[in-house]
Design a protein around this ligand. Sequence first.
Ligand SMILES: [Zn+2]
Length: 379
Amino acid sequence: MPSKSPVIRLLSDLVSIPSINPSLGPSNSNLTGEEGVATLLADQAGKLGIEIQRQAVLPGRKNILLRLKPKGKIKSRIMLAPHMDVVPAEENAFKPKIKNGKLYGRGACDTKGSMAAFFQAFCDLAKNGPLPLSTEVIFVGLVDEEFGQAGSRKLAKSGPQADLAIAGEPTELKVVTAHKGNSWLQLQTTGVAAHGATPENGKNAIEAMTPILKTLFHDYPKILGKRTHPLLGSPTLNIGKISGGNQPNIVADQCTIDLDRRTIPGENEDSIKKELMALFRQQKLPIPHFSSTRSVPCLPLDTDPNLPFVQTLLRASKKRKTHGVSYFTDASPIAMGGTPAVVFGPGNIAQAHARDEFIDILQLEKAYKIIGVFLKNMP
Ligand SMILES: [Zn+2]
């Protein structure tokens, strides 16, 4: 790479290490797994005498925690927490290229850009100081954000806890304190099978689902539209899948629909189920069977913008307001574990997962500076 900037060099090195999430990519591929990224981080941290911890999450997959102790007794703690995995791409997407002020490559934006900015600032602090008096700074490389967030869920469960965690994601340097959660629900109606020639002898589950669909498409969105969050707007519903019956000459004995319900703070799976049941009852509709198709909760994020370290980050980034985004991040599982979390990083989410993923180099450098200032202002 022709550039001399340490953060660009680091990002190029990180992009060059393929780390496709194994749950999304081909098995036994040399392109999958986070371990190569963790090794690079550990090598550099080791040279600076930073304490290295590993946290087993999934078979062969571990979070990495790099702990920089303050000068004195620990009174507060912050975590810089980008994820190490990326979504699938061809092998040549892991050869970084710089063109017109942009660095191209899988993960450049989501989220190795954040990782490079955070880690370079973290290493500068370890190397040049001055160390905070009483704040421990932990750089955490998380596994599995792009699939089930197993890394951040493990971190939340097994610690350490902190006063603030910054989940690295491309927010265009906005400080994000809120994002929606999501619930995946399956609704099922049942009927009685009978020969297609004598439908009067059966009970059609598809027919039972029909008024439910009508209510979900027409009445429920109006109810959701009246509910708003200042940073997130209204919750939404998408009916993404329908299936039922077996073949034309049999009366359908079951019908299912799959819902993606995006939630705002105050809503959860139980509250959604209750309000839907109440609505169906009020309209005298058949009550379907409810089940959840997610194995882990994905709650909305709603962190208090007035927390002192959030304010420090706002000042460091010369911003006044915090923002909300529509996508889900590691910040939510971390916050569910008791550590307040925000989302911050260089790049635009529009380029995340895109075929020609890139990051704006100017933003990358800015993020590096902002985190540097933030760390210098730690007590
Ligand atoms: Zn990401």
